[in-house]
Design a protein. Structure first.
Lengths: 161, 330
C-alpha cells in the first residue's frame, strides 16, 4: 500500500461512492460526473481508489530499480489524487468527505482488485470510466469496466463514457 | 586463457583433463589446441565454438549458436543460446545465457511491453520438472550470478511443420489425422492451463514453440523466458496464441485470403470481414466456409478468434472445455 487516507466520516454505505481512477481521461470524466451529480448533496462521501498494478518481480533488474519505480508511482499517484480532490471540492464536496487510497499490489485482474477494495471500504457504488476500447483490445487485453460489470455483486456500478 | 579466468572453486579441470574429455566426446581430431574456459558468461558474444563453459562444476563444450526464424524472416543467430556438449556424459544441451531485454511488442497494431526474464524460465523449469509436455532442464548461476538455463536438447521439428505433411488433401487430413492432432494439442493446452493455474504465463505461445521429438513423437512447449505486462486479462495474449495454433492445425496451415483469392475464388467470394482472424486480418478463421466438413462445434471454437466474435475466451479453462467438447463430437 502506498498511501491510505481513509474517510471515517461516511456512516451510510449507500452514500459512500468509490471512484476507481488511473490518471486517464476517462477516469477524469468519472470524477467530473460524480462531482456534477452529487456535489453539494448532504451525506455523500467519495473514496478515490488508484490501483497501481505492480509488475512481476522478474520485470526489474534488481531492488534498486523496483524501489525507484515504486517511488515514482507514489509521487505520480499523490499528484493525481490532489487533482481529483480539487475537482470534487470545486463541485461541492467537503474536504473531509473525500478520501484517497493508492494501492500498490499484484493484480492478475485490476477489476478484481477494485472489487476487493469495494468490499473492504464499505461502499455500495463503484464508478469507473470507460475508455471505449476496440474489439481487438478487448480480445487481447481484456476490459476492466466490462469485467466489473459482470463480476460485481451487491453493489451498483456506474460506467461513465 | 581468457581474461575472466575461472575462480579456483569451480576450476576443477586442468587443460589436459578437458582435452581428454573433449576427445572422448567429439573425437581426438577435433580437440582444439587452446581451450578458452569461461565461468562468467556475461559477455556471451565472446563465447564461441570450441570454448568451454564451466557451470556448477560441469564443463560444457560450446558448439554453435542457436538460430530462430519467424514468419518468413531469415533465421537470426541467438548469441545467448548455445548448443553445447556436457563433457561429463557427452549429452547435448542448450545453454541459455542471461540476456535481458525490454521492448514494445506490436501485434496487429496494438502495442504492449514485453521483457525477457531468465528467472521466470528457471522458475517454470522447476515447476514442470518431469512433465513431458514441456522442455526439460534446470538452472544454475554462473560465477557472475547470471541465471543460466541448461536444457535437454530436443531432437525433432516443430509440430507446425509436422502437420503440414499429413494427409493427401485437407479432407483426407481432416478425417485421418486431425482427431489425433487435436488430442495432442488438447494435452498441450492442458499443460498451459497448468501454468496459468500456478500464476505463470508462457509468454510467447506460437506454433514454432512446440517441438515434436523425433523418436518418441511427443510434443513439448519450449521457450518460457518471455513475459509481458498484462492489462485486464493476464492470460489474454497466451490465449490468442493458443487460438492461432488451433486455427493453423484445423486448416493444416494458414488459410489466407491471398491464397484463396488465387486458388479458390468461389470460396473467397463467400468470405466476409467477420470470418477473419481478429488480429491478423488476412487469415481465415471461419474455416467451415473453406472446408464444409468441419463440424459446427469445432468451428464455433475457432470463431471465438474471429472479427465477428461476440464473446472471447477469458481463460484456458473455458477454451479447453469447448475444445474437448468439439473433439468428443468428432
Amino acid at each position: 500500500m502506498i498511501s491510505k487516507d481513509r474517510n471515517t466520516r461516511c456512516k451510510s454505505k449507500d452514500k459512500n461512492i468509490l471512484i476507481a481512477v488511473d490518471g486517464s481521461d476517462n477516469a477524469n470524466r468519472a470524477v467530473l460526473y460524480v462531482g456534477d451529480f452529487l456535489g453539494g448533496l448532504p451525506g455523500f462521501c467519495v473514496t478515490l481508489l488508484n490501483i497501481i498494478s505492480e509488475p512481476p518481480a522478474d520485470y526489474f533488474s534488481g531492488k534498486n530499480e523496483r524501489d525507484k519505480w515504486v517511488e515514482e508511482q507514489g509521487e505520480k499517484a499523490e499528484k493525481m489524487m490532489e487533482g481529483y480532490r480539487d475537482i470534487l471540492i470545486r463541485a461541492g464536496f467537503t474536504e473531509d468527505s473525500i478520501s484517497a487510497v493508492s494501492a500498490l499490489q499484484d493484480c492478475p485482474s485490476i477489476a478484481e482488485c477494485i472489487l476487493g477494495h469495494l468490499r473492504e471500504l464499505n461502499s455500495s457504488t463503484v464508478v469507473v470510466g470507460r475508455r471505449g476500447i476496440t474489439r481487438k483490445e478487448e480480445f487481447l487485453f481484456g476490459s476492466t469496466s466490462s469485467k466489473i460489470l459482470h463480476e460485481a455483486k451487491d453493489c451498483s456500478v456506474w460506467v461513465i463514457k | 586463457m581468457p581474461e575472466n579466468k575461472a575462480p579456483d572453486y569451480v576450476m576443477n579441470f586442468s587443460d589436459e583433463q578437458l582435452k581428454e574429455m573433449i576427445a572422448e566426446c567429439v573425437g581426438a581430431e577435433r580437440v582444439p589446441k587452446q581451450i578458452s574456459i569461461y565461468t562468467d558468461t556475461s559477455d556471451f558474444y565472446r563465447i564461441d565454438y570450441d570454448d568451454v563453459v564451466v557451470l556448477d562444476g560441469r564443463p560444457y563444450l560450446i558448439r554453435n549458436n542457436e538460430r530462430e526464424g519467424r514468419f518468413g524472416i531469415e533465421e537470426q543467430q541467438k548469441y545467448w543460446v548455445k548448443r553445447a556438449r556436457d563433457l561429463t556424459d557427452g549429452s547435448t544441451k542448450i545453454l541459455k545465457l542471461t540476456f535481458l531485454e525490454r521492448f514494445e511488442a506490436n501485434v496487429g497494431g496494438l502495442s504492449f511491453e514485453c521483457f525477457r526474464s531468465p528467472r521466470k524460465e528457471a522458475r517454470i523449469l522447476e515447476l514442470v520438472r518431469g512433465d513431458s509436455n514441456f522442455m526439460q532442464g534446470h538452472s544454475v548461476t554462473d560465477s557472475a550470478g547470471n541465471i543460466i538455463r541448461i536444457l535437454d536438447f530436443i531432437r525433432g521439428r516443430t509440430f507446425a511443420d509436422f502437420i503440414l505433411e499429413l494427409g493427401d488433401s485437407h479432407e483426407d487430413y481432416f478425417h485421418r489425422n486431425l482427431p489425433a492432432v487435436l488430442d495432442e494439442f488438447i494435452e498441450l493446452v492442458k499443460a498451459i492451463q497448468f501454468l496459468h493455474s500456478h500464476g505463470e504465463k508462457h509468454g510467447d505461445i506460437r506454433r514454432d514453440h512446440i517441438i515434436k521429438e523425433k523418436q518418441t513423437g511427443k510434443s513439448a512447449w519450449i521457450d518460457f523466458d518471455f513475459n509481458y505486462l498484462h492489462k485486464e486479462n493476464m492470460f489474454g495474449y497466451d490465449l490468442f496464441g493458443l487460438g492461432n495454433i488451433l486455427v493453423y492445425l484445423t486448416g493444416r496451415g494458414d488459410v489466407t485470403i491471398q491464397n484463396l483469392k488465387e486458388k479458390d475464388p468461389m470460396v473467397f467470394g463467400r468470405l466476409f470481414q467477420d470470418d477473419m482472424n481478429i488480429i491478423f486480418n488476412n487469415r481465415v478463421v471461419n474455416l467451415q466456409k473453406v472446408f464444409p466438413y468441419i463440424p459446427d462445434a469445432l468451428n464455433l471454437v475457432l470463431l471465438h478468434f474471429s472479427v465477428g466474435a461476440n464473446v472471447y475466451y477469458e481463460d484456458t479453462v473455458q477454451f479447453l472445455s469447448d475444445l474437448q467438447e468439439s473433439r468428443d463430437k468428432m
